[in-house]
Design a protein around this ligand. Sequence first.
Ligand code: C2E
Ligand code: CA
Ligand code: CA
Length: 761
Amino acid sequence: MPNTINVRQNEIRRNQNDLLYAGVKFSAFGTFGAALVVTYTFGAVSGHNNALAWLSLIVVAYAIRLYDLLAYNRRTDKNDSSSQWKIRLSAGALLSSIAWASSLWIIYPENNPAYEALLILALGGVAGGALATLPYDKKLNNAFQLILFLSVQTRLFVDASDYAASLSVVSFFVFGFLLVCGKEVGKNYIDLLSLRYDSQETNITLMKTTEEMAKVGYWQWGIGEKSLEASEMLSSITGLNSGITSITDCYKLIHPADRPSVKNSIMKALHSDDDCTVEFRAKNRRTQEYRNINQVVKRIIDSHNNTILIGTVQDVTAIKQAEERIYNLAFYDPLTSLRNRASFHDYLKFSVDLASKQQSSLAVIYMDLDEFKSINDSYGHECGDALLREFSEHLQRSVRKTDVVARLGGDEFIILIDNLSSESDVIATVERCLSFLKQTITIGSYKINPKISSGVSMYPQDGRDPDTLIKNATIATDYIKKSKPLVKYAFYSEQMTSDLVERVRLEADLRHALKSDQFELWYQPKINVNKNHMTGVEALIRWRHPIKGLVPPGLFIETAERIGMISDIGAWVMRTACRQQAIWRRSGLPLQVAINISGEHFTAPDFVSDVKAVLKEFDVQPNDLEIEITESLSRNPEEQNVVCRELRKIGVKIAIDDFGTGYSSLSVLGEMEFDTIKIDRSFIIGLPDNINSQLMVKTIVGLSAAMGCDIIAEGVETSEQLGYLMDIDCPNIQGYYFSKPVEVMNIPKLTQLEWMGQRAA
Ligand code: C2E
Ligand code: CA
Ligand code: CA
């Protein structure tokens, strides 16, 4: 660091000059006093004229030095190069040394050993005095003393008297001693000065490095002053100049909103002994960019009893940003930037507490994107993400600024509406949110029609804590999903919870039922009225529940389908029905048995081979087994049709159950492989009077004739219905008119009945 060394040397030199010049005044007055005494003492022995001449010499020499001192003090540029002053001062000092030495010739008391010794001693004293006034410059001090010493030696040598030799020896010791002293004094002083600068420099470097490393700047302000002293780091943070800086300039950089708190902390620091910390935003004057600043202010009282405020200032922008990122990650959903579950929960808790204090009410709206998984699966995750983002934006647009929208995860969203004035506010909000349903969302090249279910719970009536409110909003949503009504949202009711409890219990019981043999098959006769004969039966499952008694299939089949049990149940039904068919056949009752198979089971990979195995196991003729499937149940008619074809190939009969209620178009129907159409009960109910029912039933019967397949009407309850069906040539009848489903042991005796004119119970 050559620059620093130069600066340091200059600094030391300047300081040296200051001290040396300060010594001039002292040495001038000291010298003048001593010169007067010498003039008076030696005037008597060497003549007054000589003495006065010498005194004038001294006066001139010192007048020159005093004049130089005056010039030094008056110099305008205090930082100028100091070597020139050093030369001037040295010249002055040496001039005075020569003036003193001249006394050895001008007022020398020849042949007067006592006075000679006295004069040499006096010069020794002057040389000693130099030690006091010139200790700050070793060389100058030495030169001053050497001039005197050499002059004394020369004079004594020229004198060549007997005692001159002895005086020479004595003076040698006196001056030798002074020279050595001078050397030491000078050396110590320079060392001290260097040391002081070294430590100052180290401190400055240390502080600068610390500032840079910790990014801590500092300032110092004497109370009442208009400016403060700012460190380099502070100036780099603020863009102001370092050193003395105007307070107003600093204040202007603080963000207006943060000024009161900064002021406060300074006032607090002024009136206490503690440090006061404040965080604020300050603009950098150069970049015009706001930075986050952490400032600690402390009051100190200096040795002159002045109050000084010292502040450290740290740029914490990066820390703040990192904190913000962590905060966002912890509290916000990265995909939609909505609050996440944890942060929603916290917010809801806060709102519930507030609502309980203010006795106000709030609503929690739960929103679930239905079939989101299949969107993800068929269009890809990117498309799914885009839909979630679109939906979250729509939700935010649909609520007030004060309402909170959050994403709980996956396709679940939740909204908090507080300070409710009426329930209609909630309805309006939910409907705005659900208007998303009416839109066709275009994502890339795909067009998506979103489906949403929503449930609402209200504070205080539906729950008084966040967990209950969220749970009940979810229950209401689930309820809407199950009941598939036209409206897409529901307000929570207690009934929903009991339904849910019931459902969960049902699922558990159902899993248990198969293992513990709680199912049984009941059979309902199918009558051919032309033959007046029972041609077959439909096997209908019942659940003999240990507590509830006999449970009809309408109450559990859907649940079994949902929890993936329907194939196991279907397999049990098939085995039981086939075993029963074989028993009847062996006892001379050749009844065709129909079983109901759900779509999922029917299209399962092993279904056909299972059917074959069961037929073989119980030795059942394939055409004694009929499988009833519904057209609406299978989402994939082609897949279903493949199974139908394979089954028909081996002779198993296929019936389309609930015909007319599904969505099959005529073209699909034309391609379908089946043996029998079962007209759904809903068309039979209206017979014989309802025109629409008549039309439907007639059409279906005509269709079956045209396609060459069998036809059967189910749900026939009255003789009028029966009469109408017979009139339009539908000979196969199933229904309460003839018989309700009955337990297995009742079937043999029913086969004995003459059906026309007789009926079962
Ligand atoms: P489904 O296949 O349409 O069965 C006919 C249903 O109508 C039976 O109800 C039967 O008792 C009822 N029924 C018959 N005639 C009349 C009538 O004249 N009037 C009235 N009101 N009802 C009549 P059930 O036994 O309660 O079965 C209901 C549904 O449960 C069945 O409708 C079928 O879809 C399903 N199911 C029954 N057993 C099984 C089974 O073993 N497996 C599967 N997957 N589903 C089954
Ligand atoms: Ca059926
Ligand atoms: Ca049916």
